[in-house]
Write a protein that binds this ligand. Structure first.
Ligand code: ADP
Length: 212
């Protein structure tokens, strides 16, 4: 993608990403929420952020819909543009992780290949793929933004789950089902996972264990 940047060299400062993580007393990761429109990604993302912040963690939500107002406002919903959307957000997540923050990314990110590309950019041991596995029927019944109705009437084209594919993760790190669990239960499940894998650990760096 883009131009060759071979002539550019990286300039490294003396402060490392580990220094920044130690300053925030946390191990930076990206919780990548994938699922259909209306599955509950944004709702879970912002509640997870609220609970992390209230327990003293520094984090930030990268919400696909919000980011489309700025960083990715030039992109549409075809395959190529969705891929570019995910690539840009993944790079921002990587930078924020490097800066020491926990990132919560909420993007439909419908194709496995594109999520795998995000995993590579963010790095395997920082990428927590979280499948918000709400069925299209449930999402359509909720239709919180009225988008399914518009997709069915043809007003919106390439709508995931209706007129564009969604490839569910085969082996996600985490799975939350918003049809059978409350928002609180979904968030608790993610927090438990983060605590158990020691990705979020107030004892960092002393008590840190490697993830795998
Ligand atoms: P997305 O970001 O995936 O498009 P939203 O978070 O915008 O989805 O919308 C999800 C809708 O589902 C909201 O209206 C929310 O109140 C509702 N909802 C019901 N149960 C849950 C749950 N357990 N988790 C998240 N959202 C839920």
């Amino acid at each position: 993608m883009g131009h060759s940047q071979d002539f550019l060299q990286r300039f490294s400062g003396t402060i490392t990403s580990r220094d920044r993580a130690i300053m925030f007393r946390q191990r930076p990761v990206t919780v990548w929420l994938t699922g259909l429109s209306g599955a509950g990604k944004s709702t879970i993302a912002f509640e997870l952020e609220r609970q992390l912040v209230s327990s003293g963690h520094a984090c930030y939500v990268l919400d696909g819909d919000n980011i489309r107002h700025g960083l990715t406002c030039d992109l549409g919903f075809g395959h190529v543009d969705r891929r570019e959307n995910i690539r840009r957000v993944a790079h921002v997540a990587q930078l924020m992780n490097d800066a020491g923050l926990i990132v919560i990314a909420a993007l439909i990110s419908p194709l496995r290949e594109d999520r795998e590309a995000a995993r590579k950019i963010i790095e395997q041991d920082k990428f927590v793929e979280t499948y918000v596995c709400t069925s299209v029927d449930t999402c359509e019944r909720r239709d919180p933004k009225g988008l399914y109705a518009k997709a069915r009437s043809g007003e919106i084209a390439s709508f995931t789950g209706v007129s564009a594919p969604y490839e569910s993760p085969q082996n996600p790190d985490l799975r939350v089902d918003t049809a059978t669990s409350t928002v609180d239960e979904c968030v608790s499940g993610i927090l438990d996972y983060l605590r158990n894998t020691s990705l979020v650990d107030s004892r960092w760096p002393d008590g840190v264990r490697s993830r795998k």
